[in-house]
Write a new protein. Sequence first.
Length: 482
Amino acid sequence: MSAARSETAERRDAEGPGADLLAALLDGMDAALCAFDADGTVTHWNKEAERILGWRAEEAVGRRGFEGWAARPADAAEALARLMAAMEAPGRLVHEFALVRKDGGRVLVRTQSAGVRGADGKPAGVYCAFSEVHAQIDLERSIALSEALLEEASWGVVLVDVDLRPTVVNGHAARVMGAGRTTLLGRPLGELITQGVEELEGALEHVLAEGAPKAPAEVWVTLRTPEGDRRRCWRSGFVRLASPLAEEPVPLGVGWLFQDVTEERLAEQEAGRLRFRYSQLHRAGAVAAECEDPREAATVLLDFALAGFADHALVDVAAGERRLVRVAATPAGEPGPVVPVAGGGIPLRYPSAHPVLQALSRTGPVRASASVTAGPQAAEDWATERHWPRDAVHALCLPLRSRGRTVGAVTFLRAASRTAFERPDAVYAEAVAVRVAASLDLAGMTTTAAGPGAGGPGGAGAAGPGTGGPGGPGAGQAGGRR
């Protein structure tokens, strides 16, 4: 055996620097590698093979097969035969063997072997790359996981480079973002996300600098799509990607995994909003029940309803055929409680297409908004023409109905900082309007029973046949808070 090793060393010396270069390359590989000549004698054995089995190159090179050292006698012949079969077979052959470590322990390895041909094209030997089976399985699992995440995952996966540009986007992420997988690559996130991109990029930069956060984060973004802007909520997790080949961790980017939870969050917000509103309605009813003056009860109901709902509330009572008198309102300049309006009970000069008159005609809520593209001055003119505060941009008008009659109208107004009224808002406002109408109707009945000399809604005269409402109050007679 020593003679064979001497011959190998002599051959390597004769080959000169080329052999040294080959040895250096083999020893620098991460995979264990050995080679056999046509007779099955070991010709090459690198450092990784030494690490796995414990046998040094000087002990391995020159031996024929594994018998007597790296395999049990019962397994050695079969292992060598299966390896050498690759010399005649096309492509690579994969086998698993139980080999023996130098310390006597056994290790299961997975081998990939392929034939080597000489300059004349004839089979000259076999090279064999091998690794511990559990390490190979771990590698395969990692590769399989990566491929599954990038192809079949039910959540979005985006790999972002150090410049915060997507480099890989899986199918689910592309669908959620409303774009093709390839069209997103290399583009700044700001081209796709119109709002929320600063928060998202800040999270990615933090991961690059400090590492992954301990818990997922929810990010609200507005996406630019061909159908228009879409507001979405993404529950996101981040992992920092580093090169496994570098001596020190070198960041390659960030792995960003997310799920679209917009519907769940909107449902939670709506449920919370409903709980708050109807809690306010309950509290308002309890406070209004303690008010001796029903007109004060009406304003109390509106004060509670305004919280988180609108910026202004206006109350008009019927004073004849399509005639309305403003009796209570919030301050026009700053937010404040609903208070009686000082004045002489002069009917409002609403134009024929005014939303309040439309609400009376339809006996139902009417929503209206100023044009968002017309500019601030046009929005102020829009509000002024309708006898509303100048900051009003969105309106919700409802008739006040009690005992089958229209006793007036209530208008809720929002400024530009709020969204337009929607159908759920109208449903809640109707619940408020029913209670306000009952209080105003009671105020009219109380005034009528007290006679003409009493102050209150009866001072403006009885309502005409068109509305069937109670007498309209003079603005100065509406009564104040107790």
